[in-house]
Design a protein around this ligand. Structure first.
Ligand code: FES
Length: 98
């Protein structure tokens, strides 16, 4: 096993888990569409060397979703809608500049 430090200043884990309506899950909301938009925004803003967004499976807080977990800052964003895109990007910007 090799152990190394993450190269990212901000790493977003966006849950896109879908249970096909059997039980509430992030994939039922805007998560899949939001992931693609966030990837484009991160790239277009030149944040890519510092910021990574990874699609994740269940983060364990399904009822609160869609959810994004941000590390290493230990920030959770929950109940996300597409209207939250500017606020998510502002949060990432502030974390980069911190
Ligand atoms: S389905 Fe997203 S946190 Fe469980």
């Amino acid at each position: 096993m090799k152990k190394s430090e993450s190269p990212y200043k901000v790493h977003l884990f966006l849950c896109t888990k879908s249970r096909d309506g059997v039980r509430k899950s992030c994939g039922d909301g805007c998560a899949p569409e939001l992931k693609n938009i966030l990837k484009d925004e991160i790239k277009n803003r030149g944040w890519k060397p510092m910021v990574r967004i990874s699609e994740s499976s269940c983060l364990g807080v399904c009822e609160a979703g869609p959810n994004i977990m941000i590390y290493p800052q230990k920030i959770w964003l929950s109940g996300i809608t597409m209207d939250d895109l500017p606020a998510i990007l502002q949060t990432v910007k502030e974390l980069i500049e911190a």
